[in-house]
Design a protein around this ligand. Structure first.
Ligand SMILES: Nc1ncnc2c1ncn2[C@@H]1O[C@H](COP(=O)(O)OP(=O)(O)O)[C@@H](O)[C@H]1O
Ligand SMILES: C[C@@](O)(CCOP(=O)(O)OP(=O)(O)O)CC(=O)O
Length: 440
């Protein structure tokens, strides 16, 4: 019987760069663009995993699972096609599960529209889902930055584990932790670096306040190509080690929404991160002060959001008026002021980093764009999400702020494409496998 899973995309609204250090918290919203995997399996003489992503010119990767000299499971693609995210996910789930018998697994991937530019695509849909189909392989379609690879690794990890684990139960903390830990390992190996992991955490747990795990957990794994210890160490790491990360559930306050505006697809996160790290390493105490000022701003922003959530609960009538006051641009509500001034403080300090490090985290063009956008009625605040750069802006607006209309009326928004997304609290979830058939 086939099973299906989906996981959300993300935007990091507060905590970019700081989240690489376990001492700082990040505010991560999960978004309604989801990655999906439908899986079925059957016994077989030898083990194979075929992954199909039909939306992208019928992309298909077919792996035979072999054992190497060290006794570890290694997926080998039949036509030498590369998809490191899929390959590392298969490698780790097999070495974790260590199946004794052969198994033939077939996975179909579907991704919602928000992850990629929709140019040059056609929509195919059924009663439940609607997906964009392209004439290009996935790596050639421009991305919007919602974390397609993290979503992919998380749903494929779930799909594969569901074939092996007797007590697989997405609702149990044990299963969720197992999926999260394995997905972090695979995602880092595929990227060739240990990032903060906020994207995989959001794909698994949904909207969260996130503090990272110690990167040594993953860096210290032995080499799968030569070490007979790999399987054992991976098992201990995934199921018997406390990762000491934190992923506390959060929700944007009622009556507010997050709006992601795609500006450009040019900035390279890896390069920006390297430049900021270099600046931090050479500017000891100054960098510490700047980071702490950003953190102070972030914490005020988060506190403001919490205060709004509390007011919504305690006094819904006053709350409605507070949300309405966003339209006037003259609010004096302390929660709203915490949000506005907190973001302002973080942004100002990111511009210091931009100036001193040369990393274009909040470049002048983005500053001007955000300054103008946050003046619009119904817009509470705005920031450069994630690593920043020229890629995108994020705005927090009232739920009924007509952002598409405002974009038509204001020339400074001419180059911004607002994505049709909303904040979502749910992380990884099981879906009905029948919802992916008869797309046309
Ligand atoms: N729908 C999909 N089907 C198959 N592979 C995908 C899909 N979406 C993303 N990927 C994989 O993830 C890669 C993009 O990952 P990455 O560069 O980290 O971008 P992102 O920031 O969106 O995660 C693609 O080149 C491909 O290997
Ligand atoms: C700088 C960072 O803290 C945030 C980067 O966030 P993005 O959302 O820009 O990430 P990508 O999906 O990899 O492009 C690095 C990190 O946390 O790993």
């Amino acid at each position: 019987m086939a099973k299906a899973f989906s996981a959300p995309g993300k935007a990091l609204l507060a905590g970019g760069y700081l989240v690489l250090d376990p001492k700082y918290k990040a505010y991560v919203v999960a978004l309604s663009s989801r990655m999906h995997a439908v899986v079925e399996h059957a016994p077989s003489n030898e083990s194979r995993v075929t992954v199909e992503s039909s939306q992208f010119n019928n992309d298909r990767w077919s792996y035979k699972i072999e054992k190497n000299g060290a006794g570890n499971f290694i997926p080998v693609e039949a036509n030498n096609l590369q998809n490191p995210f899929i390959e590392k996910t298969i490698l780790n789930v097999f070495n974790y599960s260590q199946p004794e018998n052969g198994i033939d697994i077939k996975i179909s991937i579907y991704s919602d529209a928000g992850y990629h530019s929709q140019a040059n695509s056609v929509v195919k849909k059924n009663q439940y889902n609607s997906f964009n189909f392209y004439k290009e392989t996935v790596a050639n379609v421009p991305k919007t930055g919602l974390g397609s690879s993290a979503g992919l690794v998380t749903v494929v990890t779930s799909a594969l584990l569901s074939c092996f684990l007797q007590n697989f139960d997405l609702k149990s903390t044990e299963t969720q932790t197992c999926i999260h830990n394995l997905a972090q390992v695979s995602h880092c190996q595929a990227q060739g670096k240990v990032g903060s992991g906020f994207d995989v955490a959001a794909a698994t747990f949904g909207s969260i306040l996130y503090q990272r795990f110690d990167p040594a957990l993953i860096n210290d794994l032995p080499d799968v190509s030569s070490s007979a210890e790999y399987k054992e160490t991976l098992n201990k790491l995934v199921s018997k080690t406390s990762w000491k990360f934190s992923a506390e559930k959060i929700n944007l306050p009622k009556g507010l929404k997050v709006v992601i505006g795609d500006v450009n697809n040019g900035s390279e996160t890896t390069k920006l991160v390297a430049e900021v790290k270099e600046w931090r390493a050479h500017n000891g105490s100054r960098a510490k002060d700047v980071y702490n000022c950003i953190d102070e701003g972030n914490m005020r922003f988060i506190q403001g959001l919490e205060q709004l959530n509390e007011l919504a609960e305690k006094d819904p009538e006053s709350y409605t008026n507070v949300i309405k006051s966003i339209d006037t641009k003259r609010t004096v509500n302390p929660a709203l002021l915490n949000i506005i001034t907190g973001v302002f403080q973080a942004r100002g300090n990111f511009r210091i980093i931009t100036q001193e490090s040369g990393a274009q985290v909040e470049p002048m063009a983005q500053k001007t764009l955000l300054d103008s956008a946050t003046e619009l009625p119904g817009v509470l605040t705005g920031m450069i999400p994630g690593a920043g750069g020229y890629d995108a802006i994020a705005l927090i607006t009232t739920a009924d702020c007509p952002i598409h209309e405002l974009a038509k009326e204001n020339d400074f928004l001419a180059n911004v494409t607002f994505l049709d997304l909303k904040q979502e609290s749910a992380g990884l979830q099981e879906e009905d496998q029948a919802h992916y058939t008869n797309l046309n």
